[in-house]
Design a protein around this ligand. Structure first.
Ligand code: PGA
Length: 257
């Protein structure tokens, strides 16, 4: 039976009250799907709604809460930022690191992301490290070079021991929020490439590192994308904000298992 991580990235959506409603609807629906130990569900609300969502799922089986970002330092004069320890203390188990919106709008570089990854891992949280090419990079055949650089710089000095706590998300920038997902073959091709890079770095462990696909993953394309051998789950934006569509993607993962 295959293992899948199905993660929702709620971005800048939901007040605490809205998060409570969405998390409860998802948790109730998930319980009815007869969850098994090989499907794990993650919801990543905005920071101000983490506590509310965690309160809903803290005793649910197979569901946890993640943060969308954190700072690389444990504390200090960084107005507006949150340390890894802080998101852990409010119940997060995972943190999304290097989402393309953070790279694009907040100037996050691979070097900075390397520091964030180390800080997150050292805190005992699982990072979901996002990589992916822009449309222009794909059209000029730079996809593999871009991914290779994003992986090499950000994973520098990350040891084999800590890599078992690593999740990668392949999110082609042109597919995020556009409704135009990668085809399952395009996703598999890049996932296999990422798996190869992980194998060069970590050997056999690469086989068990989860590589999620993100970018317009929806109920109608989830079966096909999740059925590819190197796709170990999804990082879902728009479709994670509606309980029905998020649950349909979870159901697709169960079917593919
Ligand atoms: P999307 O977002 O599913 O709305 O394309 C995915 C993401 O940004 O993680």
């Amino acid at each position: 039976m295959r293992y899948f991580l199905i993660a929702g990235n709620w971005k800048m959506n939901t007040t605490p009250a809205e998060a409570t409603t969405l998390a409860s609807t998802i948790a109730d629906g998930y319980a009815k799907l007869q969850p098994n130990r090989n499907i794990h569900v993650l919801m990543c609300p905005p920071a101000t709604s983490i506590h509310a969502a965690h309160e809903v799922v803290k005793s649910a089986q197979g569901i946890s809460i993640g943060a969308q970002n954190c700072h690389q330092e444990p504390k200090g004069a960084f107005t507006g930022e949150l340390a890894p320890q802080m998101v852990k203390a409010v119940g997060c188990t995972h943190v999304i690191i290097g989402h393309s919106e953070r790279r694009q709008h907040f100037g996050e570089t691979d070097e900075l992301l390397n520091n964030k990854l180390k800080a997150v891992i050292n805190t005992g949280l699982v990072p979901i490290y996002c990589v992916g090419e822009t449309l222009e990079e794909r059209q000029t055949n730079k996809t593999f070079d871009v991914i290779q650089t994003q992986m090499a710089t950000a994973l520098a000095d990350i040891t084999l021991e800590s890599a078992s706590q690593l999740v990668i998300a392949y999110e082609p920038v042109w597919a995020i929020g556009t409704g135009l997902a990668a085809t399952s073959d395009q996703a598999q091709e890049v996932h296999a490439f990422i798996r190869g890079l992980l194998a060069e770095r970590y050997g056999a462990l690469a086989g068990s590192i989860l590589i999620l696909y993100g970018g317009s993953l929806k109920p109608d394309n989830a079966d096909e994308i999740l059925s590819k051998p190197d796709v170990n789950g999804g990082l879902i934006g728009g479709a994670a904000l509606q309980a029905d569509s998020f649950l349909a993607i979870i159901a697709a993962a169960m079917k593919v298992q």
